[in-house]
Write a protein that binds this ligand. Structure first.
Ligand SMILES: Nc1ncnc2c1ncn2[C@@H]1O[C@H](COP(=O)(O)OP(=O)(O)OP(=O)(O)O)[C@@H](O)[C@H]1O
Ligand SMILES: [Mg+2]
Ligand SMILES: [Zn+2]
Length: 469
């Protein structure tokens, strides 16, 4: 059976969802007969690059074209849709990286089209070409033959040499809005007679992260799992191996309530039930994002930041479950302190009682420190598009001590540390202007933090935490 995403590939401009800029540029070029000899289609996976390249090829070759729209029924249109038109060549540079393919194209472009009016070469993932292949392509682009159009599609524009970009017309494709995906899924579901709840479709749309192909593939996976039963949110969760939303909520509650033990148990459960831990945290983060969008609160924003930290810190550990568990407990414990002030550090003799009290934070700093809220600064950086500084600060642990702000990183985050070291002056200036803090910034790599965190957690939960070497 034909895959759904192929079956529902738009055949004409009018069926293409969004991608307004791309459509406008191409339609105008066709209408005014000023089609460029080379386009770069740049954008994420499944955003319609191949789809629009084919529609362009059809429009250029269709004898019954109306304005810019191909007829989609003539021999030329049908064979382009089927992928067997002699003048429309699709090449995947990811598997044909070398110079031979490009030479073949260079030699072929001098001949007239066989069947239609234009030869169209669609090169997918063309950033993967080797240097020699790029150079050969460049030569062809420098002396564009008549009636040849190149469409160079890429998901990684930053890997394309500027010499190529400057010789092509660049058209950018965008990820789809969740709502656009939802509408398309609704359309396909009704066409395919698949009974499905709106919430279930919403969940699929969200999991597709902006890609239409992924959305349709996930939908297909879910509907074949459900056979003919009505599809609910639970069906989608089961079919796609997503942890139930109830568990997500429970985990978020444990973090917010400052309950490390509960948080740890939930992570265990998620793991034992076979869910992917990283995906679980990702879903939690999306859930928090949704909450913030509906109802912004400083607490939720802080939780989002903690979860982003967790995601990036977890990346450095081999044992994801352990890392997730410890870091989750850290987040919960930190929140526990907010509600009840930290007790003075004492000799730990009655571990069990201490666990019950749950008021001791997993505060790995020995000296008294003052956590500071830098969300205003983060907002500013995001607005400015300074993502490098933003990411570095999101991952840091930031504490204030008298006239000094200490920005510390785990050993695994040395790169961020090095990055900020170059920007120390700017950072102090930002603290002053965005946070009204006139302080000296001290950067450090905290070799001890990891070790202390593990030891502290071991003391809080005697016998329950194993440190796997
Ligand atoms: N703009 C769109 N409107 C409707 N459906 C779309 C659109 N873009 C993509 N799709 C759906 O997604 C599928 C994949 O699209 P397409 O092959 O054009 O993506 P692409 O951008 O070339 O992706 P890749 O970079 O992975 O090659 C299509 O077959 C179609 O079902
Ligand atoms: Mg493609
Ligand atoms: Zn036609």
């Amino acid at each position: 059976m034909e895959a759904l995403y192929r079956k529902y590939r738009p055949k004409s401009f009018s069926q293409v969802i969004d991608q307004v800029q791309a459509k406008l540029v191409l339609q105008n070029a066709i209408l005014t007969d000023r089609v460029s000899h080379a386009y770069i289609f740049s954008g994420p996976r499944g955003s319609g690059k191949t789809t629009l390249a084919r529609i362009l090829a059809k429009a250029l070759n269709c004898p019954n074209r109306k304005d810019f729209e191909p007829c989609c029924t003539c021999e030329s249109c049908v064979s382009i849709d089927k992928g067997n038109h002699p003048d429309v060549v699709e090449l995947d540079a990811a598997s044909n990286r070398g110079i031979d393919e490009i030479r073949r194209i260079r030699d072929a472009v001098v001949f007239k089209p066989m069947m239609g009016l234009y030869k169209v070469y669609i090169i997918d993932e063309f950033h993967m070409l080797t240097r020699e292949a790029f150079n050969a392509l460049l030569k062809t682009l420098e002396e564009p033959p008549e009636r040849v159009v190149f469409v160079l599609a890429t998901t990684n524009l930053e890997r394309v040499p500027p010499t190529i970009i400057s010789r092509c017309q660049l058209i950018e494709f965008r990820s789809f809005k969740e709502d656009d995906i939802l509408q398309q899924l609704k359309f396909v579901a009704s066409k395919e007679n698949v009974p499905i709840d709106e919430d279930a479709l919403k969940l699929i749309a969200k999991r597709a992260s902006g890609g239409m192909r992924d959305a349709l593939t996930l939908f297909e996976q879910v509907s074949s799992y459900a056979l003919n039963d009505r599809i609910t949110v639970e069906t989608v969760e089961r079919a796609l191996g997503l942890a139930p939303i109830g568990t997500v909520e429970e985990y978020l509650r444990a973090l917010m309530d400052g309950d490390p033990r509960q948080a740890s148990e939930i992570v265990d459960r998620v793991y034992e039930e076979g869910y992917d831990i990283e995906q679980f945290i990702q879903i939690c983060l999306e859930q928090v994002e949704e909450k913030i969008t509906v109802h912004p609160s400083t607490e939720m924003i802080a939780l989002a930041r903690d979860l982003m930290n967790l995601t990036s810190e977890m990346r450095f550990f081999e044992n994801k479950k352990m890392a997730c568990k410890l870091l989750s407990m850290d987040i919960a414990a930190k929140r526990g302190t907010k509600a009840q002030p930290t007790q003075p550090a004492q000799e730990q003799t009655k571990n069990v009682e201490r666990v019950e009290q749950k008021s001791e934070a997993v505060n790995v700093q020995s000296k008294p420190t003052d956590q500071i809220d830098i969300s205003a600064l983060l907002d500013y950086l995001r607005e400015q598009g300074d993502m490098a500084m933003y990411v570095a600060l999101v991952q840091a642990k930031i504490a204030k001590r008298d006239g000094t702000v200490e920005v510390s990183f785990l050993p695994s985050q040395r790169f961020q540390y090095e990055y900020l070291r170059e920007k120390l002056f700017e950072l102090e200036y930002l603290f002053k202007t965005q946070l009204k803090l006139n302080v000296t910034v001290e950067l450090k790599v905290d070799e001890e933090r990891e070790k202390q965190l593990l030891e502290k957690l071991q003391r809080m939960f005697p016998g329950r935490i194993k440190i796997e070497e």
